[in-house]
Structures are given as structure tokens and as C-alpha cells.
Design a protein around this ligand. Structure first.
Ligand SMILES: Cc1cc2nc3c(=O)[nH]c(=O)nc-3n(C[C@H](O)[C@H](O)[C@H](O)COP(=O)(O)O)c2cc1C
Length: 209
């Protein structure tokens, strides 16, 4: 696969098959992602692969917390409007459910993925996330795509930092930085057909000389 084709073809996957991913496939994916650039080649990323019973327990804990503390009506309504009028409107339409159920509840279920990839780095609480971490994540997502795997970056899961720390067993001297759902895409799920739009280059570029 051509690199540019992969960059343009990758999309967030929000419905996964339950099939586990062989360990050597995940190891190969990390072998590729480690070639991402980093400041002074510091390679600050630490990776935790969470799967099996531990991922299931994490998922249940997230869903239980969401059930205990559902968004209040005003916040939920504002979110529905934001998504309905934004670039994810079609996605929610394809899912046939509300934006809250599709994106908030879906993210907290890891969209049914069999694996969560957790990125962390050595540092104190509140430390700035090294810029290299998103570089690693992007490299990993593109490599996964070429390998027939799907990914979805899960900011919502990051929001429950205590559960992340507990279930992914992040050491106290590390800070979590990203959570990625990883698995084989469910080809039958309409939501996976969604292609998010992009602004044209002129909308975000200034040329100065
Ligand atoms: C930092 C970050 C956090 C994200 N968090 C979520 C999330 O919690 N749930 C979700 O469904 N998608 C999440 N996404 C995916 C974005 O919605 C998606 O990348 C964007 O809509 C563009 O679509 P594409 O990835 O299909 O090209 C996140 C993406 C990034 C970069």
C-alpha cells in the first residue's frame, strides 16, 4: 500500500469484530510504531497492551461509572446539537442512535475492540505530554491500517484517569497520554463507512515570507 493512500484511507473505526489479535501481530505493530520521531530521540513512549478479562473489567467499570453519572440533560442536549450540526452528523445517522450513545457510550465500550493500547510517559502529574506521543500514535494507527486492523483514539476513556491507571496498571511515576482501541474492523457495521470531512488547505494555512 502506498503511504499517501494509507494516510488518506485511514479512518476511525467504531465497530470491531470480537476476534482477538495474535500477540505477534501486536508486537509487529509496535516494532513499526517505534520508528516515530521524538525530541532528541528520547523515545518517551511507554506502551501497555490491555486485553482479555482486564479490558472487559475496565469496560464494565467505565460503563458503570457512566450509568452512575450520566450527563445531565442540558449537557447531553448541547452535545447532541454540537454533533448534529457538526462534521460527525452523518456518523450518528449511520449508527441510528443518539450522539451520546454512539460516541460517549461507544467510546466507553471501546467500541467492542478486543485490545486497548495505552500510551504513557515517565513524569510527574501535570507534566506536559511529550509531542512525540501523538507522533507515535499516528504512526501506529497508519501501520495498523496497512495491516488490516482498525483503530480509534479514545479521548473519552482518558477522561476517567483513575480507572485508566487502575486497569492498565500504569506505574505511579508515569502519566497516561493516550488510549487507542485496536481490533479487526466489523465490515458490516454502517458506522465504519463514515468518512469524516476536512477543511480545504486554504482554510488553515498562512504563507509568510
Ligand atoms: C486526541 C483525540 C481524541 C479522540 N477521542 C475520541 C473519542 O473519545 N471517541 C471517538 O469516537 N473518537 C475519538 N477521536 C477520533 C476523532 O473523532 C476522529 O479522529 C475525527 O473525527 C476524524 O475522523 P477520522 O479519524 O475518521 O479521520 C479522537 C481523536 C483524537 C485525535
Amino acid at each position: 500500500m502506498e503511504l499517501i493512500e494509507a494516510i488518506k484511507g485511514r479512518r476511525s473505526i467504531r465497530a470491531f469484530r470480537a476476534d482477538p489479535i495474535p500477540r505477534e501481530v501486536i508486537a509487529n505493530l509496535l516494532e513499526i510504531a517505534r520508528w516515530a520521531p521524538s525530541g532528541a530521540n528520547s523515545q518517551p513512549w511507554r506502551v501497555t497492551i490491555v486485553q482479555g478479562a482486564r479490558l472487559e473489567a475496565w469496560r464494565q467499570a467505565l460503563l458503570a461509572r457512566l450509568a452512575e453519572n450520566p450527563w445531565d440533560e442540558a449537557r447531553r442536549r448541547a452535545y447532541e446539537v454540537r454533533v448534529r450540526t457538526g462534521s460527525l452528523a452523518e456518523l450518528v445517522g449511520l449508527a441510528g442512535r443518539s450522539a451520546y450513545e454512539t460516541l460517549v457510550e461507544g467510546s466507553n465500550r471501546f467500541y467492542g475492540a478486543p485490545v486497548a493500547v495505552v500510551l504513557s510517559f515517565r513524569g510527574q502529574e501535570g507534566a506536559r505530554v511529550p509531542e512525540a506521543i501523538p507522533a507515535f500514535v499516528t504512526t501506529l494507527m497508519l501501520a495498523a491500517y496497512e495491516m488490516g486492523l482498525g483503530t480509534c483514539w479514545l479521548g473519552f476513556v482518558m477522561g476517567q484517569g483513575d480507572l485508566l491507571r487502575e486497569y492498565a496498571q500504569i506505574p505511579v511515576d508515569e502519566q497516561p497520554a493516550a488510549v487507542i482501541a485496536l481490533g479487526y474492523p466489523d465490515p458490516a457495521a454502517p458506522i465504519n463507512r463514515f468518512r469524516s470531512p476536512r477543511e480545504p488547505v486554504e482554510a488553515f494555512t498562512r504563507w509568510v515570507e
